[in-house]
Design a protein around this ligand. Structure first.
Ligand code: F0G
Length: 453
């Protein structure tokens, strides 16, 4: 039997409102496209009551600690455990949860040495139930979709969102519609959406084309969109940062480095950092920096060419398919949090991504290519002296190694960049599978050769 909930009166009950990030208009309701009715910009969730009555930081910390001892499903979730900083549920039983969050914070000593800093940590969001950080946002957004009475939820995706949405829809008794670019997402992610029973459409376009179509669909059909344009998603994803700071005993790291695609996750982490600072949960803001693939560098170009004032869209191309996005929806939110925390953005090449991924893998951790941009970016930021050798850095690994096995196998077999570019930097990291006769001598010879190399 679940133990009684640890929600207390006055805690976990803060009412929320929608605020336009462009004109600041406040509203109690949001349309299907989650855009401001006055100026068309994106909405975010805000908590007006906090201005009058701030929750006490020490009180919050002790409630969150206490809930770790509870066996109530909502307390076992690493997202809903922090529900005091999320939109109010009303009834704890309403949450659609797969025990998301609760992800490990690992030391990466070899990668630290490679990057040239004494200590490097990785918050591994690939350890979530469906293998990516999307679950932390999906539990909240799917819950509010069901609460609003929707039967259908939908998303456009480079793969992970669709896997996550399909799972939470199934758990919550909702129908799921998935729009993915045909041939441009990994089979592992596609197989998840199928297994969890979503209606899965492979559209002959890219991610940006899928998202554009979804925006039109939600205005015509009663489906609730669960892309990160949906601000409930970002509220859930805030808990990545809250949980991280709790793991660090509320001592802020100097830097948090995150991959950037549609830019929802960086926006969510930044929002959490600013809220935690305002509530007195932390006394110092970490710098939040976003890394993109060179072939999908809309934010980098936006910052460099327009000072973050106007989006520069790109035609995206990268083997890190999760971040193959050229027209990021949450670019304005991301620019805001990068500037507010004093972070930066940087881009990395395909070879740098593959190298960093193999280096993380060699620590026994593993991640998908899009996550590895963080280490590749860190190396650049150290060279630029933006990260200095005495600073603590946390990389956010967004997806599990098993999300994209083709990339890993192609890399180790030497097929990833075949005939394209010089890849000698990668040779020492390759561990191709060795085909042998079933012969003891052959295996011993292989062992001896490996020992020598
Ligand atoms: N890393 C992984 C593994 C992702 O799947 C994504 C986005 C990102 C990083 C970038 O995060 O979009 O919040 O900036 N994947 C989306 C999807 C778009 O459809 O699964 P972002």
């Amino acid at each position: 039997m679940p133990s009684p909930s640890t929600s207390e009166p006055g805690i976990g009950q803060s009412t929320s409102a929608f605020r336009c990030i462009g004109c600041g208009d406040l509203s109690d309701t949001a349309g299907q496209n989650f855009r401001c009715v006055k100026c068309g910009d994106l909405l975010e969730i805000t908590y007006p009551e906090r201005k009058e009555e701030k929750p006490v930081a020490e009180h919050l910390k002790s409630i969150w600690r206490e809930r770790r001892l509870s066996s109530n499903p909502i307390d076992l979730s690493g997202v809903w455990r922090f529900r005091d900083l999320l939109p109010a549920l009303g009834n704890d039983q309403q949450a659609i949860t797969l025990r998301e969050g609760n992800t490990p914070l690992y030391d990466l000593p070899q990668c630290a040495r490679i990057a040239g800093i004494p200590r490097l940590l990785a918050k591994h969001q690939g350890m979530n139930p469906t293998g990516s950080f999307k679950d932390t946002g999906m539990t909240v957004a799917a819950t509010f979709a069901r609460r609003a009475g929707f039967r259908w939820v939908a998303c456009a995706s480079t793969g992970n969102t669709s896997a996550s949405m399909a799972a939470y829809a199934a758990r919550g008794g909702l129908r799921g519609l998935v729009l993915v670019p045909e041939g441009k997402i990994s089979w592992s992610k596609l197989s998840q959406a199928l297994d969890y029973g979503a209606v899965t459409c492979q559209l002959r376009t890219d991610f940006d084309g899928c998202l554009r179509l979804l925006q039109e669909l939600v205005l015509r059909a009663p489906v609730y969109q669960l892309n990160s344009i949906n601000p409930f998603r970002l509220e859930g994803q805030k808990t990545l940062a809250i949980e991280l700071l709790e793991q660090l005993e509320w001592r802020s790291p100097d830097h948090i480095i995150v991959p950037g695609g549609n830019l929802g996750n960086s926006s969510a982490i930044g929002k959490a950092l600013l809220e935690m600072r305002d509530l007195g949960l932390i006394s110092r803001l970490p710098k939040l920096s976003v890394i993109q693939a060179e072939g999908a560098n809309a934010l980098v170009r936006t910052m460099r060419e327009t000072g973050g004032k106007r989006l520069v869209s790109v035609r995206a191309e990268t083997r890190a398919t999760a971040i193959r996005i050229g027209n990021p929806a949450s670019w304005k939110k991301a620019v805001h949090v990068i500037e507010a925390t004093g972070g930066t953005c940087e881009q990395v090449s395909e070879i740098e991504i593959a190298q960093a991924k193999a280096e993380i893998g060699a620590e026994g951790i593993g991640c998908e290519p899009a996550s590895a941009v963080t280490l590749a970016g860190l190396k650049k930021l150290v060279k630029q002296n933006f990260v200095t050798p005495d600073e603590t850095v946390v990389l956010v690994l967004t997806g599990n190694l098993l999300k994209d096995p083709d990339f890993t196998i192609d890399f180790h077999r030497g097929e990833l960049f075949k005939g394209k570019e010089s890849t000698s930097a990668l040779d020492s990291l390759r561990r191709p599978p060795i085909v042998l006769d079933a012969n003891l001598d052959a295996v011993i010879r292989t062992l001896e050769q490996a020992e020598k190399s």
